[in-house]
Design a protein around this ligand. Structure first.
Ligand code: OGA
Ligand code: MN
Length: 223
């Protein structure tokens, strides 16, 4: 048996393509994909360093689309976020990576993903995000959600799990620990999910692939 360099599987795929192929297969099969230790160190390490080094005033309290209702907002989510523009090297590398994933998924699944928006999120001790959907049916906006975790370590018992529910009725869900480099992807309209309160600071990067609504509005007439 020949020895292949670790980044190259025997199919000739890079580690990145192997991951992309796994995500595509999972999305096709079940609509979601959970991948521990997925992000490669050269992408993960700078993101982790960047998010830990960011000044607290770069983060803003996250909203729910009903920003003026502070009471409701506090009830639904307590995290703070910072949108990624590509100004930082780490943020730009993440956006590039997501762009390559977008192209791969469009080729493999014919999804027609058009754009990507993404933010860092910081949950302080006790912060949470109650059960929610990232998109609503018929609004033809967010198609696929991504979350990756930027914590140097995480153990069972520290809270902060993402709970991904299989559908609107599921009360049990699948618990995902926010361990370093874990990457979760799911169809935004299909899977309610929540973030449980954690004992310590919890860092993640979340992003959404959108459809081109102007084009899909013409191609798919309103039902
Ligand atoms: C979100 C979200 C999950 C997480 O930002 O919409 O659901 O695990 N985040 O951080
Ligand atoms: Mn969400």
């Amino acid at each position: 048996m020949p020895n292949f360099p670790s980044a190259l599987a025997d199919s000739g795929r890079t580690g990145e393509e192997t991951l992309f192929a796994r995500i595509a297969g999972d999305i096709r099969e079940s609509g979601y994909s959970i991948n521990p230790l997925a992000l490669e160190p050269q992408l993960l390490q700078p993101l982790m360093q960047h998010v830990q080094a960011m000044a607290p005033d770069m983060f803003a309290r996250a909203g729910t689309g009903r920003q003026r209702d502070h009471v409701l907002n506090d009830f639904v989510r307590r995290d703070e976020i910072c949108w990624i523009s590509g100004d930082s090297t780490a943020g730009a590398a993440w956006l590039d990576w997501a762009g390559r994933l977008r192209q791969f998924l469009n080729r493999e699944l014919l999804l027609g993903l058009f754009s990507f928006e993404s933010h860092f999120a910081h949950y302080g001790p006790g912060d949470f995000y109650r059960r929610h959907y990232d998109a609503f049916r018929g609004e033809a906006n967010r198609m696929l959600s991504l979350v990756a975790y930027l914590n140097p370590h995480w153990q069972t018992g520290e809270g902060g799990e993402l709970v991904l529910y299989r559908d609107g009725e599921d009360q049990e869900g699948i618990r995902v620990l926010p361990t370093p480099g874990t990457l979760v992807a799911f169809l935004s309209e299909e899977f309610p999910h929540e973030v449980l309160p954690a004992e310590r600071d919890r860092y993640s990067v979340a992003g959404w692939f959108r459809l081109n609504t102007s084009v899909s509005g013409r191609v798919d007439p309103p039902r």
